[in-house]
Design a protein around this ligand. Structure first.
Ligand code: BGC
Length: 360
């Protein structure tokens, strides 16, 4: 009996802990009603999403809004359920980074019927006219920065002998994954066609290189398999990893395969702390830094303008077509970070303290 009670209490504790930790409310008056802005982010890791959540919360509160930030654990049903509740709670604006670009059509349309403003944040929401604006980093440029870095460092333009490169992409449901992939392929594909770049695994197509739900363990397993099946004799020159979480998983796979000092060129994205440390000690060569403080600040301004009915002036009115509408888009520039500029880009700008990178 006591054992049963213990199990029941344990289950209750786990369930309530799971619910509580993912949602953060701003302090102050009740969040229900008049002044509510609701933020729905896909997941807590990579750590950039935590900074996004904190910065959105801070900037929106400074404008007088009540804010709820929720993390969907890369689960699209959970995200839709939460947004449905936000609509019932009378939110004035929904700021959404979708888990699945195509699965929020009904929710967005329901919100639009109540004149709730919708901002697609960092990730693009597809297939609905209900989205008012999209604010993001230039994801194609993220990929171009990765591809160009690899092309430069491996001297693809001038070398006579071939190199081996393996490719990874993010979750198939995340529109950013394809944009980043298209960005790096726009640089690397001509070298595949000319025979300077080989991919011994043969896995170059987008669907083949996607990583389920951006899960590091999936990337690590795929890298384990590729190393085992194709690289017992071949040299691996570079791996294009679409973010730092996956880059670190790839590094771990290489470590198990005996790489210790001379790693292939590995890219990434987000400037995660671990990646910056990896870059400073040579395990990873580059990441793409996206200053989420700027994204969140600009997004809070945009939300305020939309709620107040002020006109908005997007950077790009034409290129971001979600198949139902050209969504006015606000773009922020990503920055390539290597060992040469890591300190100036990340520490001098105040994004990280030296001590967080193990430098003090
Ligand atoms: C974001 C990346 C992030 C990835 C995984 C993408 O949509 O643009 O910054 O690393 O999702 O969460």
């Amino acid at each position: 009996m006591r054992r049963l009670l213990y199990i029941a209490l344990l289950i209750f504790a786990l369930v309530t802990a799971g619910c509580g930790t993912e949602t953060e409310k701003s302090a102050g008056k009740s969040s229900v009603g008049e002044n509510l802005v609701v933020v729905s982010l896909p997941v807590k890791f990579p750590e950039r999403w935590i900074i996004d959540g904190e910065e959105l919360q801070k900037n929106l509160k400074a404008k007088g809004y009540d804010v709820i930030v929720d993390y969907a654990s890369e689960n699209s049903e959970k995200q839709a359920f939460f947004l449905d509740k936000a609509i019932k709670d009378g939110a004035k604006c929904l700021i959404i980074a979708p888990v699945d670009a195509k699965s929020l059509v009904k929710i967005c349309e329901k919100a639009k019927e109540k004149d709730i403003k919708i901002i697609s944040y960092d990730r693009f929401i597809m297939d609905t006219e209900a989205v008012d604006a999209y604010i993001t980093f230039d994801n194609t440029k993220v990929g171009v920065l990765m591809g160009s870095y690899v092309a430069d460092i491996l001297r693809l333009n001038s070398r006579a002998d071939a190199v081996n490169i393996e490719f990874f992409a993010g979750a198939e449901e995340d529109n950013n994954s394809l944009m980043v992939y298209n960005g790096y392929m726009s640089v690397i594909k001509p070298f595949i066609d000319s025979g300077i770049v080989h991919t011994p695994s043969g896995e170059t197509e987008f669907k083949k290189v996607c990583t389920e739900k951006w899960m590091p363990e999936v990337a690590e397993k795929r890298m384990d398999r590729i190393l085992k099946d194709y690289y017992s004799r071949e040299k691996l020159n570079a791996v294009i990893a679409p973010n730092d979480l996956l880059a670190n998983a790839i590094i771990s796979s290489l470590g198990k395969s005996g790489y210790k000092v001379h790693y292939p060129v590995i890219t990434g994205q987000d400037a995660d702390k671990v990646a910056v440390i990896n870059i400073l000690n040579g395990r990873q060569k580059a990441t793409v830094f996206k200053d989420t403080r700027i994204l969140a600040k600009n997004c809070a301004d945009l939300a305020d303008d939309l709620i107040k009915g002020k006109p908005i002036k997007a950077d790009d009115e034409n290129s971001y077509d979600n198949r139902r509408k050209k969504v006015p888009t606000f773009l922020i520039d990503p920055v390539l970070v290597t060992a040469d500029n890591a300190i100036s880009a990340l520490v001098d700008s105040g994004y990280y303290k030296k001590v967080e990178l193990g430098l003090e």
